[in-house]
Unconditional design. Structure first.
Lengths: 461, 503
């Protein structure tokens, strides 16, 4: 495919100007929403609008300049989309701050700053995504260590029944969010090396070609360990996420749909077992089936979220005109209920479309990527994103049972926000590599010795 | 690897489509269900945070919404405090009582009659304003009734006054004592609100009760008006008849001194037969007991029900206690309930002067005299005069509605004469007004508990031949005062009638 496009003389345009234009729109959304919150709640434009808007603009422009310099061919849509989501999330968190007398928005802005710094940093220190393939096993090991950390006495913290936090001094941190990215790298790095062996060598059982144990074993182990840890930590959402992620990547690497069948069966088996074994799984399912059975007790959060969504209707009550603070944890997992109440179905649809665009752009990068590792990483990150959105938004809108996960870029939460900015940086790097024109071959054409050899960009050391 | 990546893309697309479909279902198709769910705090809070319409009496607002700087934006204020509390009720987050409750849709702006205004508000970008409710109450009569009752029964007393315009059924005054300050109950401060409610709710005098429509007691001698109406209407007697009386009467079919009906010392009743007028003037228990037996329980019940007993008739305020004339009696023999039977003579006799199981609310007794004053025509009582938009355009005016002709016009005329002579020459004289012919009747009802003072009643209307006001006064408790209907109730009724007649 790459050679085809080269033959046809097709070169991707950089489109940095388009990105800048879209970023201005994203800033209008973010800063406009912030001003609207002030107008809606206090009847006046927030006094710190200039400072806030200025800071948001600086962050966004810094990210744009970094992309322009170090990843000029990167996808022009991704950054504006996440900037808009992040800006809107900040405004809604600020709205909830005003209702609940908290100051989470300014903390979130700090986290966003760190996120953008890491975004720029990732783009700079990672001139080529294939560098990551070197850390296949290191990152896998790090992921497992990170997942175990919350279970260690002293630094582990249990918040709302899930042991997924660690405390470092005044900061608390969800290592699972980082582990998510590391596991994508591990799976991609392993699968890209072993994909032929996994796909071809092996025995046929019934209708599926099972690979040899020595090929699949290490990665299966790693997967099982991380999944086991999450189950022990009662982190249902992340367990589901990691399972789905592994399945998708295995399917893409081996190109064998049979894995999906096996995975699907395993999922139902696992889900049934979890339902039978764990009371908290049963209670989640009960709440999902009938949240109104105990509307003031176990079903309270979901019932309030449903009321909130319904109260918003088509166009919402307007920022400051609803009661989103009625929903517990409206600023984190349930932020979409707050948006649905005050901005309506219209805004929820727009947000779903923005998320859809992120996934689509990531998968597009995977399609045009010239190397298997890049394809796998991009697909993996897209799958993580899509599954996370589905699990959390499906949960708060009562499509599926509720499992705790943050809404990327919108929810309050530093670990999630920072990790997602890094994910976007990696996706931009992959798309930059994929869209970058191939090195010029014309000089080599006269030399017959060179003709049989395709020029491949060397991984920098 | 591109083929599986495309498959993954399609899978992700379906995930997003599922989310979009579900959110659309939730926010568009199901939203009405959730938005009308009474458990939804948003529904109540939204109504509570709106500028509600006024409740007006004459040109004065007795309930209005004042802008305040808190989360609910408007505070409900009742400038007259206690005076109108039993009528207006009070507004709280998610609940209301009184007119606030019965007219909630108008006051909150949700009533379909306000639809056009809502639309205009929406187009102008204004917030939805509630409509106003104008009441039939006469502020002078209401104040006169409240003050007279409060001063008569004292701070620990209990009672009620109702005044009706006989020709229309407009309620001119509705007082219940003791009462409460609705401002405290409508406070946005939770502690103030809950403390006030707990204090009122635990008060043994039940200030939250609207006695005018919720308390039913033996009407006692005021019920003799109904017995007389039944007798004249059925042609058993006319107003010039001589009726059997006597100092005492052993109720038929009974024995023992506690079944002896006497006249509590009124010697005018002692002759074997006396004139109908004398029986009414002296409020003779023996005469009316004998009259009731002669008329029979069926006719007595028919007449009572024609006046409104055993039915509901007030729509503007609730809950309303039905006044009772017993439909039947259920005996218990050896612990077993027998089939219902008609009242026997002894029971009918006691019913004839408002005892046994007869019970009436002050509103009911006001309606009895109001129907007599209106030539027998019983008008449906009402409190809501007009429904208006927020800018005082009248949307609907309540038309007076005749429920039925309770008695014949000639019966009403005869009764009026009897009741006028009861004021002029009889027990109801405290209600007499100079230059106005007043019709009235006292009542003193034994509550059937040994050692407890009786209830005092007074019913009247004036001017007798062209009545503009009919009044019922009920005194449930008046510590330290001798309750003998006419002495306490008469002056209160007089004050109310004077207020209406501008005397």
């Amino acid at each position: 495919m790459a050679s085809n496009s080269a033959l046809m003389g097709f070169v991707h345009r950089r489109r940095r100007g388009a990105e800048l234009f879209l970023l201005v729109l994203a800033l209008v959304v973010g800063i406009g929403a912030y001003a609207a919150v002030g107008l809606g709640v206090d009847g006046e434009v927030p006094t710190n609008l200039i400072g806030y808007g200025g800071w948001l603009t600086i962050l966004v422009v810094a990210a744009h300049v970094a992309v322009r310099i170090v990843a000029p061919y990167a996808d022009p849509v991704l950054l504006p989309v996440v900037a808009a989501l992040n800006g809107l999330g900040l405004a809604v968190i600020h709205r909830l701050d005003l209702a609940k007398d908290t100051a989470l928005a300014s903390q979130q802005l700090t986290w966003m700053t760190l996120g953008v710094v890491l975004f720029v940093g990732t783009l700079i220190i990672l001139p080529d995504h294939r560098l990551l393939a070197r850390f296949t096993y290191t990152s896998g090991l790090t992921a497992i260590v990170l997942l175990i950390l919350p279970m260690l006495p002293g630094i582990g913290r249990t918040i709302n029944g899930a042991k997924i936090w660690i405390a470092l001094g005044p900061f608390s941190f969800q290592p699972g969010e980082v582990a998510k990215v590391l596991l994508v790298i591990t799976f991609a790095g392993y699968l890209v090396v072993h994909r032929d062996a996994l796909a071809l060598a092996g025995r046929r059982v019934v209708f599926i070609d099972l690979p040899r144990g020595r090929d699949l074993g290490p990665i299966l182990m790693m997967w099982a360990v991380s999944l086991g840890i999450l189950v022990l930590q009662r982190d249902l959402g992340s367990s589901l996420l990691f399972f789905g992620l592994f399945l998708v990547m295995l399917y893409v690497a081996t190109e064998r749909p049979g894995w999906l069948v096996v995975g699907g069966l395993l999922f139902f088996g696992g889900a049934t077992a979890a339902f039978k074994l764990f009371s908290h799984v049963q209670s989640r399912v009960d709440i999902w089936l009938d949240p109104f059975a105990d509307p003031d007790g176990s079903g309270y959060q979901l019932v309030q979220a449903l009321y909130g969504f319904a109260w918003g209707g088509m166009v919402g009550r307007g920022l400051g005109e609803g009661m989103p603070e009625k929903v517990p944890y409206a600023e984190s997992d349930f932020i979409l209920a707050a948006i649905g109440e005050e901005l309506g179905l219209t805004a929820v649809m727009a947000i779903l479309l923005l998320y859809g665009l992120v996934v689509e752009r990531a998968l597009r990068a995977a399609l045009i990527s010239r190397d298997g590792f890049g394809k796998l990483v991009a697909t993996g990150l897209a799958a993580v994103f899509a599954l996370q959105i589905f699990v959390v938004i499906g949960g708060v809108t009562r499509l599926i049972p509720l499992t705790g996960l943050t809404t990327p870029f919108l929810s309050y939460g530093g670990s999630s926000l920072v990790a997602n900015w890094v994910i976007i940086a990696i996706l931009l790097r992959i798309s930059d590599q994929a869209r970058r024109p191939l090195p010029d071959l014309t000089e080599a054409e006269d030399d017959p010795d060179e003709q049989a050899t395709q020029i491949v960009k060397v991984v920098p050391s | 690897m591109n083929k599986p990546i495309r498959a993954v893309s399609i899978f992700c697309m379906f995930l997003f489509l599922a989310l979009m479909a579900n959110v659309t279902y939730l926010q568009f198709f199901r939203s009405d269900d959730y938005n009308t769910d009474p458990r939804n705090a948003r529904v109540a809070a939204a109504a509570f945070s709106r500028e509600r319409g006024l409740i007006q009496v004459g040109d004065n607002a007795i309930a209005r919404s004042e802008p305040v700087d808190d989360q609910y934006k408007y505070l409900r204020v009742y400038p007259q405090k206690e005076l109108y509390a039993p009528v207006t009720g009070y507004l709280q987050l998610g609940s209301q009582t009184g007119i606030e409750r019965s007219q909630n849709k108008v006051l909150s702006g949700e009533d379909p009659r306000l639809f056009v205004n809502r639309l205009v508000d929406l187009l102008k970008g204004d917030t939805n304003q509630g409509g106003n409710v104008s009441l039939t109450l006469n502020p002078k009569a209401q104040r006169a009734a409240y003050r007279a009752l409060r001063d008569t029964v004292g701070p620990d007393g209990e009672g009620s006054v109702v005044a009706i315009e006989p020709k229309t059924g407009r309620i001119l005054a509705m007082v219940s004592f003791p009462t409460y300050d609705p401002n405290q109950l409508a406070s946005h401060d939770r502690e103030t609100r809950e403390n006030a409610y707990d204090r009122l709710d635990s008060n043994k005098h039940q200030p939250l009760l609207n006695r005018a429509i919720q308390t039913r007691l033996f009407p006692g001698s005021t019920f003799k008006v109904v017995t007389a109406a039944a007798a004249i209407d059925a042609g058993v007697y006319d107003q010039d008849s001589q009726v059997p009386s006597g100092a005492t009467w052993q109720a038929p079919g009974t024995s023992g001194s506690h079944n002896v009906i006497d006249n509590e010392g009124r010697s005018g009743c002692s002759p074997t037969t006396i004139s109908f007028a004398a029986a009414m003037e002296n409020s003779c228990n023996t005469a009316f007991a004998k009259m009731a037996v002669k008329v029979g329980p069926e006719k007595l019940r028919d007449t009572a029900e024609a006046f409104g007993f055993n039915t509901d008739y007030l729509q503007d305020l609730g809950p309303q206690a039905q006044s009772v004339f017993p439909k039947s009696v259920v005996d218990t023999i050896d612990g077993k309930q027998q089939d219902p039977r008609e009242l026997n003579d002894a029971e009918t006799a006691r019913s004839g002067f408002g005892q046994f199981s007869v019970q009436a609310t002050p509103l009911q007794m006001a309606m009895v005299v109001s129907a007599i004053a209106n030539r027998g025509g019983l008008m449906k009582p009402y409190l809501v005069d007009e429904i208006q938009t927020a800018s005082f355009d009248v949307l609907e005016t309540t038309e007076p509605e005749k429920l039925r002709d309770a008695i014949k016009p000639q019966t009403a005329a005869a009764l009026t004469d009897l009741l006028v002579s009861t004021v002029d020459d009889g027990t109801a004289s405290p209600a007499a007004i100079d230059g106005v012919s007043v019709a009235g009747k006292t009542g003193t009802a034994q509550r059937g508990v040994e050692g407890k003072p009786p209830y005092g009643w007074f019913v009247s209307f004036a001017p007798a031949q062209n009545a503009q006001v009919a009044v019922a006064v009920m005194i449930q408790e008046a510590p330290g005062k001798e309750i003998a209907g006419g002495q306490l109730g008469g002056p209160i009724a007089k004050a109310v009638m004077e207020a209406v007649l501008n005397k």
